[in-house]
Design a protein around this ligand. Sequence first.
Ligand code: RB5
Length: 142
Amino acid sequence: MKLGIVSDHGGFELKEFIKNSLKEKFEIIDCGVDSEASVDYPNIINPACKKLISEEFPRMIALCGTGIGASISANRMKGIRAALCHDEFTAEMSKRHNNANVLVLGGRLLGKDLTLRIVDKWLNTEFEAGRHEKRIQLLDSL
Ligand code: RB5
C-alpha cells in the first residue's frame, strides 16, 4: 500500500520518524523536504497534494510546525480533505465522518508515542459513508 508523506522544515524531524516507523508496512512516497532548511510550506505541501489528486498514492501524511499551514495549504485544493489531528479521537473521526485523505500533524507539538497512536488510528479506521457521503460530495461541488 502506497502512502505519501510531506513536511516543511518544521515537520521534518517527525516526518523522518514516521517514515522510518512505517517503512516495513507501506511503500512510502516521500515528497520532501530533505532537511531542516527553511522553506515556504505552500511550495512543498501543494505539489504533494497534486500527486495525491493524480492518484500517485491514495493517502498522505502532511506536517509543518503546528500543522496549521500545511492544513490550510492542502485544503485549498479540490479533492483534498486534510484533517489536522491532535489525538486519536480526532484521527478516528476524521476518517469515519470526513474520509480525510490527508492526515496533518504538528511536528513541534506531538511526542513520538502519541504520533504513532494517531497515525495508527487514522490508517486503520474506515469511512462510515452513509449520510457522510453526501456531505463529502458537497465539499467539492459547492
Ligand atoms: C515554520 O516556522 C512554521 O511556521 C511552519 O512550519 C508552520 O507551523 C506554519 O503553519
